[in-house]
Design a protein around this ligand. Structure first.
Ligand code: TYM
Length: 331
């Protein structure tokens, strides 16, 4: 049986990118594999949240995972900081991670540009912590979006390096996984190529957004002045709208607007209205469950406790074995 693991940073509500990049694939896999899904709250410290925000965000992500369909009875659903073994593996792996490779990491360079006043060591070693998350359960498959591809490559590097150094085959090679074969990247509504939590206002559609907000965001999405020639290549913002439509609408709907675009007869207002309705049809049941589960503190606390227990069982076994491999042995 294969082990599957994925996680999401607790830095805000989940958006369509998180859902289609990671959660959807995970949900499909949870019944057939040994599955771990966690909330990366240690990772969120790189941006220095207040204690109140940290706690609230972890709760919100937990609620939204459950609402999206992760089943805590079959998958191990846990909060990263409930499993301190992860921090120990992070320390051990960081001894074999080199400055040069960490500095070259695209996400580090991006973050350093975005928060020039807070380029902390945690940002630099972020891929090491992520490797620890994955290797602590010896995961084989990691459902993630395209933006995490380089991090997965680094996780493989650190695992393989450990194996070579200690002449073992202890860690399997984790691969980024998507059922569609290609990893996906859901674009933003602001014309940018990525939907993301840290992008500007109006970029992302959140699972918890209500109908009014969704309509407003989509009607205001960036577009262009329309095609002037038959079969004209699409501009980035229009490509984005079609890409979002591809994941929430029926193939017939997409084909209908594609044909109109190619004939130069498209009215973006109509396309956006349809897109908004299809997004709402997709998110409305989720939103309902988010509100329901969010009000059930006793259930959430039970889920978190159960997840921590199961995750620690697997993590402590790994740490015990890794310590022995490295040469830490009791006298
Ligand atoms: P995070 O929190 O930025 O995103 C969580 C997951 O959502 C995916 N995702 C997207 N997929 C498609 N299109 C988008 N626009 C989009 N935006 C986000 C991400 O690829 C990711 O799968 N470093 C991770 C969290 C993490 C993790 C891990 C993931 C920490 N340790 C171990 C897997 C395994 C992150 O910041 O993802």
């Amino acid at each position: 049986m294969e082990t599957v693991l994925s996680g999401i940073r607790s830095t805000g509500n989940l958006h369509l990118g998180n859902y289609f990049g990671a959660i959807k694939n995970f949900i499909k896999m949870q019944h057939e594999n040994r599955c771990y899904f966690f909330i990366a709250d240690y990772h969120s410290l790189t941006t220095h949240p207040t204690p109140e925000d940290l706690h609230q965000n972890v709760k919100q992500v937990l609620v939204e995972y459950l609402a999206a369909g992760i089943d805590p009875e079959v998958a191990t659903l846990y909060i990263q900081s409930d499993v301190p073994e992860v921090a120990e593996l992070y320390l051990l792996l960081s001894m074999n991670a080199y400055m040069g490779e960490l500095e070259r990491c695209t996400t580090f360079k991006e973050k350093a540009r975005k928060q020039p006043d807070n380029i902390n060591a945690g940002l630099l070693t972020y891929p090491v912590l992520m490797a620890a998350d994955i290797l602590i359960h010896k995961a084989h498959k990691v459902p993630v979006g395209k933006d995490q591809e380089q991090h997965l490559e680094m996780a493989r590097t650190f695992g393989n390096r450990f194996n070579r150094l200690y002449k073992t085959d202890y860690f399997p090679e984790p691969v980024a996984f998507n059922f569609g074969v290609e990893l996906i990247k859901i674009p933003g509504l602001d014309g940018s190529t990525k939907m993301g939590k840290s992008e500007g206002e109006g970029n992302a559609i959140y699972l918890a957004d209500d109908e009014k907000v969704i309509r407003k965001k989509i009607m205001r999405a960036v577009s262009d002045s329309g095609p002037t020639e038959m079969n004209q290549p699409k501009s980035q913002p229009i490509e984005n709208l079609f890409n979002i439509m591809n994941v929430v609408s029926s193939p017939d709907t997409v084909a209908h607007f594609e044909a109109l675009y190619n004939k130069c007869e498209i009215r973006y207002g109509d396309m956006k209205k349809q897109l908004a309705e299809d997004v709402i049809a997709f998110t409305a049941p989720l939103r309902e469950r988010i509100l329901e589960i969010g009000a059930d503190d006793a259930y959430l606390s039970k889920v978190a406790r159960m997840g921590a227990e199961k995750a620690r069982e697997s993590a402590s076994k790994t740490i015990k074995e890794v310590r022995e491999i490295i040469g830490f042995k009791p006298f």
